[in-house]
Structure formats: C-alpha cells, structure tokens
Design a protein around this ligand. Structure first.
Ligand code: SAH
Length: 220
C-alpha cells in the first residue's frame, strides 16, 4: 500500500520534471512543432535508462546505456524529430536503435517505424522495452544500418543517431523523392548535423548545428 503510494508520487514527480524539460530545454531553444512537443511529453525517458540513471533521466545531457552507447540528449531528439517534418502518415527508417527512446518518439509522430541496430544486445533490450510500453508500429532489425533496410524501402524520412564519416549512399537511395534524411556526419570528436532533402535535381544539404554522437560502426 505504502509502496504503491510512493510509486504514484514518484511517477507524478517524473511527469512534472518531464514537462519542465520540454519548456526549459526544448521550447526555449526553438523547437515549436506541437506534435513533437506532445510526443516528448508522452514518452517517458526514464523508462529507457538504467535504474541508477532514473533520477537523472530529464537532465539536459545524453546518458550512458548498455554496451558503451548513449541515449541522446532530449533537445537533440526533439530537434532531429522536428527536422523530419512528419505529419503522421509516414514510414520512417531509424539507424541506431540504442535504448529505443528516439524510436518511441518517432512512433508517436509517424505511421510505421523501421529501426536497425548493430548490437544484438541493444536491439533485443529496446524491442522488449517498447513492447512493454505498448508501441505497436515499430519493426526491429539487427544489422549494419549503413545499408538501410532495403526490403522495406522506400521511406518518407530517415534518421541516423550515430555519426558516419560520409552520408551512406544506400540511405539516400532508400529515401523517397522529396524525403528527408537527418544524420550526423563527421569524425569521432566533431560532427555536423545535416538535413538532406532528396529533390528532383539531387540531394540538397543543409548544416543545422555541431553535434557529438557515437560513431556508426560496421562495414559502412
Ligand atoms: N537514439 C538512440 C541513440 C543510441 S546511440 C537512443 O536515444 O537511445 C547510437 C546507436 O547506434 C548505438 O546503439 C549503436 O550501437 C548504434 N550503431 C552504431 N553503428 C551502427 C550501424 N552501423 N548500424 C546500426 N546501428 C549502429
């Protein structure tokens, strides 16, 4: 009984600091898309971190997850999601499932999400976590996401949450005409977040800001 009460209060508290995160870290830096803000409010970031990190889940940082990887900073998740310009009916490919946090946000914003993770341990953990949370529109694959997920292509939008030295050509190939690809590109310590739009006259690149993601590993 007392445990139930404590759990409820802790849950209310986490909801309160999640709303503060949206105002102080995300809206204050210019993210405006109401669907993105609603998704960030709905998805419990504390459900995607290890138990010892729950109390820090709504801080303004990436946090360590298993296998030396990280869960992205909330603002960066919101920014990248907004850049995809999703309306709700899209099919989206994500490269780098990690904890599954960004995946869950995408699942709120699009019709169907396809996510590829190179580390089987993380892919399994994310699939279990997202099933428990009731996300049904997510398809998981273990493998090298630089090759995309060809049998399910083309995609309206593609998001990579690990940094590649160059834009993997397969990702552009699997993007629909007019589609958007958001990807960090660069070396280990400094990368640019790029928004690439596939236009009739070729890909148009726009540099958004400097970021720091874990590298895209695998054969490339
Ligand atoms: N969006 C995730 C971020 C995870 S960090 C989250 O919020 O939790 C990036 C992830 O990309 C790591 O899990 C890493 O294992 C994965 N990754 C690295 N190289 C990859 C590749 N070639 N294909 C697919 N996933 C890759």
């Amino acid at each position: 009984m007392i445990q139930k009460l404590l759990d409820k209060h802790y849950g209310d508290y986490l909801g309160f600091i999640r709303r503060a995160m949206i105002k102080d870290q995300i809206q204050s830096r210019g993210v405006k898309d109401p669907r993105v803000l609603a998704a960030m409010e709905k998805v419990c970031r504390h459900c995607f971190v290890t138990e010892d990190m729950v109390s820090r889940a709504y801080e303004d940082y990436p946090l360590p997850i298993a296998a030396g990887q990280t869960i992205s900073q909330p603002y960066i998740v919101a920014l990248m999601s907004e850049l995809l310009g999703l309306q709700g009916g899209e099919r989206v490919l994500e490269v780098g499932t990690g904890s599954g946090y960004q995946t869950a946000v995408l699942a709120e914003l699009a019709a169907e999400v396809y996510t590829v993770e190179i580390l089987p341990e993380l892919a399994r953990g994310a699939a279990e976590r997202l099933a428990k949370l009731g996300c049904r529109n997510i398809n998981f694959k273990t493998g090298d996401g630089a090759a995309g997920w060809a049998d399910k292509a083309p995609y309206d939008a593609i998001l990579a949450t690990c940094a590649a030295p160059e834009v993997p050509p397969e990702l552009l190939k699997q993007l629909k005409a007019g589609g958007r690809l958001v990807i960090p590109v660069g070396g280990k310590d400094s990368q640019d977040l790029l928004l690439i739009t596939k236009t009739a006259s070729g890909p148009e690149r726009k540099t958004i800001c400097a970021v720091r993601f874990v590298p895209m590993t695998g054969g490339g």
